[in-house]
Design a protein. Structure first.
Length: 202
């Protein structure tokens, strides 16, 4: 709930409580005022928005505020990559940026569902994702300002190579994050096969 509406609702609840207690119930003005203030505070507390990463409340996570900021910065960087994937630059850059965005979006979705793993991906956020966004921002600015410059045009193949490196880094990070889940699934399959064998194929 937005700050202004919830403050207004809390004020209105306190005011109505005061008016009813003082004028209808004929309570003392001080008592009515104190109860109205308590109701105002209670409504503010109960309507306080809960910050989440995915479905997990930030307060339930160790270092939750820092993790929330990391994810927020990551989404900002992803918007830069998304912008670079639009059909306005070099066709090769557009395609590579689109693939990088799709992979990065999958990675962020996974981390949103498993926020306890965000800390283990700190290097990915602080270097690879931020560097990718920085390279594309500078590339887009230069292309927009002076697209016919030979120096600027030389940046296109170099930027394409950088996107290949980043895509490889994104994929390695994703594989590293899901490694435990993959091992768990493989262990379950192995157990299933052994159980089936012991039971004579049912």
């Amino acid at each position: 709930m937005k700050e202004i509406p919830r403050t207004f609702i809390a004020f209105l609840a306190g005011l109505l409580a005061f008016l009813w207690l003082f004028f209808r119930a004929c309570w003392h003005i001080v008592v009515s005022g104190l109860i109205a203030v308590l109701i105002y505070g209670a409504v503010l507390f109960l309507t306080k928005p809960v910050k989440r990463i995915g479905n997990t409340p930030v307060d339930d996570l160790k270092g939750g505020q820092e993790l929330l900021q990391i994810m927020s910065d990551a989404h900002d960087d992803m918007q830069v990559i998304l912008k670079a994937s639009q059909p306005t630059l070099d066709a090769e850059i557009d395609v590579k940026a689109k693939k990088l965005y799709e992979l990065g979006n999958r990675l962020l979705t996974y981390l949103g569902n498993s926020p306890e793993k965000i800390s283990s991906a700190r290097r990915f956020f602080s270097f690879y994702l931020a560097t990718g966004a920085n390279i594309l921002t500078k590339y887009m600015d230069l292309i927009a300002s002076n697209p016919d410059s030979p120096q600027v045009q030389r940046l296109t193949p170099a930027t394409a190579r950088a996107l290949d490196i980043l895509q490889d880094a994104f994929m390695k990070q994703f594989n590293k994050l899901v490694q435990n889940e993959v091992l768990d699934v493989e262990a379950d399959i192995d157990l299933l096969e052994k159980t089936l064998h012991l039971e004579g194929g049912l």
